[in-house]
Design a protein around this ligand. Sequence first.
Ligand code: GLA
Length: 435
Amino acid sequence: MCIISQTINLEMNKLYSSIQSYLLIALLFAVHTAVAQINTNGIAPVKIEKAGPAVSNLAPTPPMGWNSWNTFQTNINETLLKEMVDAYVSSGMKDAGYHYFVLDDGWMSMERDANGNLVADPKKFPNGMKAFADYVHSKGLKFGIYNCAGTQTCGGYPGSRGHEYQDALLYASWGVDYLKYDWCNTDSLNAREAYITMSSALKATKRPIVFSLCEWGNHQPWLWAGGVGELYRTTGDITASFDHDKHMGTWTALSVMNILGKQDKIRRYNGPNHWNDPDMLEVGNGMSVNEDKSHFSMWCMLSAPLIAGNDLRKMNEATKNILPNREAIAIDQDPLGVAAYRVSVKDSIEIWVKPLKDQELAVCFLNTGSQTQSLDVKWPELDAACKAAGLETKFTGTDYILHDIWSKKTTGNSKSMLTRQLASHDVLMLKLTRK
Ligand code: GLA
């Protein structure tokens, strides 16, 4: 009896123990399922590694080059452009640091070929685009080309929409180093997505190609274009006028001053490999010498891309002194890539201050008015204006040597008062070095 009872107890214990095991397994399974469910419902804190766009290092300083649009619009051809390439080198532009040679709109035939490839207009480029790219490269320059995110370019030539990867491969096969990508005929396209598509297509070619976004600042590219491209237009098109916009029917071409006025509030988005682009230069295209000098100085103060747009074969003395001015260019190309702060606007004089490496500074006094103005600068008095603009620069107690970028002369130090007459639309551009 006792043996029987012991045996029963033993069996019961086994049964309980098995039931316990089953319960434990069931409990674990239930917990696991619940956790899995929580995860798939996205309620639990699931860590997702979100890859941002890979940043290239193709433009650690603002790109410098020449583009055909401002002077020639779509009237370009191989003969003319070869002359321009030669003048690029003989004028000293290349030695001064410019190196992209960019064809804008108008290089293509009106139709793609039977395989859907873009074709260089055979009348304008009888030897094809690869031969022209080779010519540019043979002079030690880099080659840039233009297209558009829409169905057609602004000039009505075939756009890249739906052909992004095909076009990128074609450009790479020609040896393209730079693509300017416009925003005409885009209907309801999402700008960020359209530019990411072309950016991905360029990256997929494995050829390093600088990507210049040209959607005119319509969709605030300064907020999202870093990593998508190296530079992005911040406004509509520039025109060779200091302070008068030109109405062109359906759109308005913007003066240098109008564009400059839009840059201060987006200055903080500028930096290495993601440059605010206030459009190409109009130096040498009809403004006065002072206006050209001011335009160039301010683009350098902004750390803007320096893309000349004049006829390089016909540079007069003034233009030859402005575009290749190495001291101004060094301010543009300063490795910090910090755009200038507008610290004061008074009596038609704007004061802009740009921090440079090694705690140096560039300071510009710009007379936007139509009369000559007297400058009487007591440097320590600028401290408050700098601080209000968010710039911690102390002129008080710091002894700077002042170097005039345009006269190329040292012009005193920050311990004494600076007095000058500044003509209408002229600029005084100084580099300040600590003593
Ligand atoms: C747009 C661009 C210009 C130029 C033309 C070409 O207007 O903003 O810079 O490229 O198209 O058609």
